[in-house]
Design a protein. Structure first.
Length: 443
């Protein structure tokens, strides 16, 4: 079908950027109603489902002729905050300046919402209907603070409305180059979160006579220094092995690839290294509540991310390797207690959906490679993978003009903007993928 969704995507994104959906408080209703009206007008069945009245989720459906798979395009319309004093242009203006649409959410992720909705709506408007299965557009609220009212709520309370076999969400897709090879990441997995508290103990005393006590904070200092020297412990996963293979490296050792990435750009290595292991980031420390009391207890909070397959025992083993054993000759050196344990989530690297995306990329950017990657953080995909274990979910929003290194600092940063050529590029993918996966009804 000769449908060009690029103008519609650009118009829709500019409109979405002008709705202020900073979360908290979110207040996504006007943006969601706007999207619903747009998709309803194109022929979609739309419903707004809300845990809180001002924060509805949108489910828009286009049914096919025959039974078949449900392909879901997922997005979120809430954003993080933006301080206009730090921006060169209005973060809520949706202005087109020098080929870029500016605004909070221009990358994360109103751009993808607009590209997905415009592709689907333009197809439907031109008379297209799936031959088999159905196309689902799901636009949720509340992603930026964890999805409690959005993806988590809707997959729990309205599972049948959003049940799907294949899902496209945010997570990867910006171009990066390794020794001249053009690569697009397909996000197949998201790391788990295993945050913990390290505690050291001592003996309280008056701070004017420090030698009468045992300072727990000073016992923490050498442990903290160890994390400065080593913040990652390698732990292979099927996804990281697939990434090595896709970039021509042999299994089990990320060092040669990381050296190549470092040679290309230091920041590429910084982005990719965490995908190969457990990372440790100490972020908070507390000790004495009073300046004149030697602390008998110090607590260090560590944010820790774990690849698929890893768990609490892997974290404990890695910590013991970095810090040494918890029990020393003179007694307990430290104690480790987990405060959060959320395992990684993943989809198979190989699937019909991955093949369809690779096929599209081969035509859209000949010679480029689709490589499986992982998100160091997490997204709403985890709620869908948990609710629908057979669902194959990927993060993919292809960008060829604005590269990974250009786009990454704009996410949650100042001057967030998207090259409108990339918005068109992505909208073409979402159009072609729907046609490839669902076929076209004969009419
Ligand atoms: Zn996002």
């Amino acid at each position: 079908m000769s449908v060009d969704p690029s103008a519609a995507a650009q118009r829709l994104l500019a409109e979405l950027l002008r709705f202020k959906t900073v979360n908290p408080p979110g207040a996504e209703r006007p943006a969601q109603e706007h999207l619903a009206a747009y998709l309803r007008d194109a022929g979609f069945e739309c419903s707004l489902l809300a845990a809180e009245p001002e924060r509805p989720n949108l489910v828009a459906r286009l049914r096919g002729e025959l039974p078949g798979p449900t392909l879901c395009y997922l997005g979120h319309v809430d954003t993080v905050l933006a301080d206009p004093r730090e921006w060169r242009h209005d973060p809520f203006g949706g202005e087109l300046i020098d080929g870029f649409l500016w605004g909070r959410g221009a990358i994360d992720m109103k751009s993808q919402v607009a590209a997905e909705a415009a592709a689907a709506a333009e197809l439907a408007r031109a008379g297209w209907r799936p031959r088999r299965g159905e196309l689902l557009i799901v636009s949720v609220v509340d992603e930026e603070t964890g999805g409690e009212l959005g993806a988590q709520w809707i997959t729990r309370e309205h599972a049948e409305e959003v049940r799907c076999d294949m899902l496209i969400n945010e997570g990867a897709g910006e171009l990066f180059e390794v020794e001249g090879a053009r690569c697009y990441g397909l996000c197949c997995a998201e790391k788990g979160v295993f945050r913990f508290t390290l505690t050291t103990s001592g003996v309280a005393a008056h701070a004017s006579l420090p030698a009468l006590g045992e300072n727990a904070l000073l016992k923490m200092a050498p442990l903290l220094a160890r994390f400065a020297e080593r913040s990652i412990s390698y732990l292979p996963s099927p996804q990281s092995e697939a990434l090595l293979a896709a970039l021509g490296e042999k299994a089990g050792d990320p060092a040669p690839l990381l050296a190549r990435l470092r040679a290309a750009d230091e920041r590429l290595a910084a982005i990719f290294e965490p995908l190969f292991g457990i990372t440790f980031a100490p972020t908070r420390i507390t000790a004495s509540e009073k300046i004149n009391v030697i602390p008998s207890r110090a607590e260090l909070k560590v944010d820790c991310r774990v690849p698929p397959g890893g768990g609490a025992s892997d974290v404990e083993a890695a910590v013991a390797q970095i810090l040494g054993p918890a029990q020393g000759p003179e007694g307990e050196r430290y104690r480790l207690q987990f405060t959060e344990q959320m395992p990684a989530n993943a989809s198979p690297v190989q699937s019909e959906l991955a093949d369809a995306i690779a096929g599209w990329l081969a035509r859209a950017d000949p010679g480029a490679r689709l490589v499986p990657v992982m998100l160091a953080g997490f997204s709403d995909s985890r709620h869908f993978r948990a609710a629908f274990p057979d669902c194959v979910a990927y993060g993919f929003f292809p960008q060829r003009h604005q590269t990974l290194l250009e786009a990454a600092p704009l996410v949650h940063g100042a001057d967030e903007r998207i090259d409108v050529r990339d918005l068109a590029f992505a909208a073409e993918l979402y159009r072609d993928l729907a046609l490839a996966v669902l076929g076209s009804a004969s009419r």
